[in-house]
Design a protein around this ligand. Structure first.
Ligand code: PLP
Length: 286
């Protein structure tokens, strides 16, 4: 199959899928999601993504309709049905179905899954960024479906001819990007925002931190600011869709480019782990 969708046990090509009108997502965006890549039919860091998915649901008191093991099995079975093993593997749970009412519906949520072909960037080409004030709510640690500020930010990025937007809060504190985490190298050390309620605890961020530590690079999980971003030795952008990118321009000004050897070591370590974990094997047995 070229694309594949799932909704509460029903499967089909994405364009053939139909969703009940009263799914609460339509009125309230009431749900959470998670997503990551697969390569060669191997879903990367699947347990970490499923753990975060269940945690997001728990934080919003959404009842999961499946166990972690069941979800993992459904995802792998679906991946195995695809024409290519290089995919974007996306799943969400919405808070059930019912006539529009702000008060929660009872019972288990609705499980959605979406697979489409996708490739991971090798991270060699630098990207360009813009900065925008972070006007999102104060639950950014939960991967909710309320993505309007992120959609607006990505539209602004597109209009500016760049790839991502970096959010900052009042006082210039850098939080993250519209759909990535952002980090800097300063004095040869990695600085990244702490995992409080202002950022999503990115899985790629976690892997970047682990790789930096393995390389002997000190990691500082502390707030940093616009000034630090513009004067950084390097600016890194991580996400599960494009594991380890770096930027050479923000708001039209040149940034980074002062620790290219260190950057290359980090890029190779992060990409290397992904390639190693997703080696070409027979379609993964479930
Ligand atoms: C707001 C936000 N921050 C960070 C990330 C990166 O998270 P991960 O590395 O788990 O993909 C994402 C990914 O969707 C995101 O939406």
């Amino acid at each position: 199959m070229k694309t594949l969708g799932y909704y509460n046990g029903k499967y089909g090509e994405l364009e053939d899928m139909a969703i009940p009108f009263n799914d609460r997502v339509h009125f309230f965006g009431d749900g959470v999601y998670d997503a990551g890549p697969s390569r060669n039919y191997v879903i990367f860091a699947i347990d970490e993504h499923i753990d975060r998915f269940f945690n997001s649901a728990k934080l919003l008191e959404i009842q999961m309709p499946v166990t972690k093991a069941e979800l993992k099995q459904i995802l792998q079975e679906m991946v195995n049905k695809m024409d290519t093993g290089n995919l974007f593997v996306y799943y969400q749970v919405t808070r059930g179905t019912g006539i529009r009412n702000h008060v929660y519906t009872e019972g288990p949520g609705n499980l959605w899954i979406m697979l489409k072909p996708a490739e991971i960037s090798d991270g060699i080409e630098p990207i360009k960024l813009i900065t925008l004030e972070d006007t999102r709510f104060l639950h950014c640690n939960i991967k909710t479906l309320n993505l309007i500020p992120s959609c607006v930010a990505n539209q602004r990025a597109k209009e500016a001819g760049v790839q991502e937007s970096v959010f900052y809060r009042e006082g210039g504190r850098i939080t993250e990007c519209a759909h990535s985490n952002v980090h800097i190298i300063k004095n040869g050390e990695l600085y990244t925002a702490p995992t409080d309620n202002l950022i999503l605890p990115g899985i790629a961020r976690r892997h970047l931190i682990d790789k930096c530590k393995e390389l002997g690079i000190k990691v500082n999980e502390v707030p940093y600011y616009l000034d630090d971003l513009f004067t950084a030795e390097e600016v890194l952008v991580t996400s599960s869709s494009n594991l380890c990118l770096h930027a050479n321009e923000i708001d039209g000004m040149a940034v980074g480019g002062k620790q290219s050897e260190l950057l290359e070591k980090i890029r190779k370590a992060v990409l290397g782990e992904f390639v190693e974990a997703t080696q070409l094997i027979q379609k993964k047995a479930v």
